[in-house]
Write a protein that binds this ligand. Structure first.
Ligand code: ATP
Ligand code: MG
Length: 189
């Protein structure tokens, strides 16, 4: 073509630039984690408010507009978390939950206050992860064999795991009964 490129190319180029930027940011972030250059500044936080702010600030499901189901169990109390890191953790988990469950019921987030720890449970009803691959999802660049044309680089959960461990927390994954996966982040408190 001559002159101005058609709008459809501009859209595609923009999408690719965004994708590459996010890939580069994730690679740089992993490098900074590895060299111990991510600050950890925990502050006492109301996790309910924190989750609501994240839902306000992000559009997790632009194509279908599904809304996250959000529930709280137990008696709430402030939890010591680093806001930057926890934001990254939750945005990643919720993005995955929506991205891998298109056309299925909306994902859920359950905040559970337990004795000595607070669990953040993200459950979806999507494509799930084949049983023999489920333990690999926290490895960098790992993508399961069933992702087909759903885009990603396999870095999100590797970063999430590092950030959870900086909180001295744990993260685990299991198959959701029926379909999809459930990820549990457990933070000491
Ligand atoms: P990105 O780096 O953009 O996040 P990604 O989503 O592929 O790319 P991860 O978030 O690290 O990478 O997830 C690793 C892999 O684990 C995914 O490629 C996918 O196979 C699987 N996975 C993660 N979350 C889910 C989910 N909610 N449902 C099904 N599979 C998932
Ligand atoms: Mg991801």
């Amino acid at each position: 073509f001559e002159g101005k490129p058609p709008a459809k190319y501009i859209g595609r180029i923009t999408a690719e630039v965004l994708r590459l930027t996010s890939l580069m940011n994730d690679i740089l972030l992993l490098g900074r984690i590895e060299s111990g250059r991510i600050p950890f500044n925990p502050v006492a936080t109301d996790l309910k408010e924190f989750v609501l702010e994240i839902l306000d600030a992000n559009r997790f499901d632009p194509t279908e507009g599904r809304r996250l189901l959000f529930a709280i169990e137990g008696v709430s109390r402030p939890v010591m978390v680093d806001p930057m890191l926890l934001n990254h953790i939750l945005v990643n988990l919720l993005s995955n939950a929506f991205k891998y469950s298109r056309g299925k019921p909306a994902p859920e987030l359950i905040l559970t206050y337990r004795d000595g720890c607070t669990a953040i449970i993200v459950r979806d009803h999507g494509i799930g992860v084949p049983k023999d691959e489920i333990e690999k999802v926290f490895e960098s660049f790992f993508r399961a064999s069933n992702v087909e044309n759903i885009q990603g680089t396999g870095l999100g959960l590797a970063i999430v795991k590092q950030f959870v461990e900086m909180h001295h927390g744990t993260i685990s994954i299991e198959n959701t009964h029926g379909s999809g996966i459930t990820i549990t982040v457990s933070l000491p408190s």
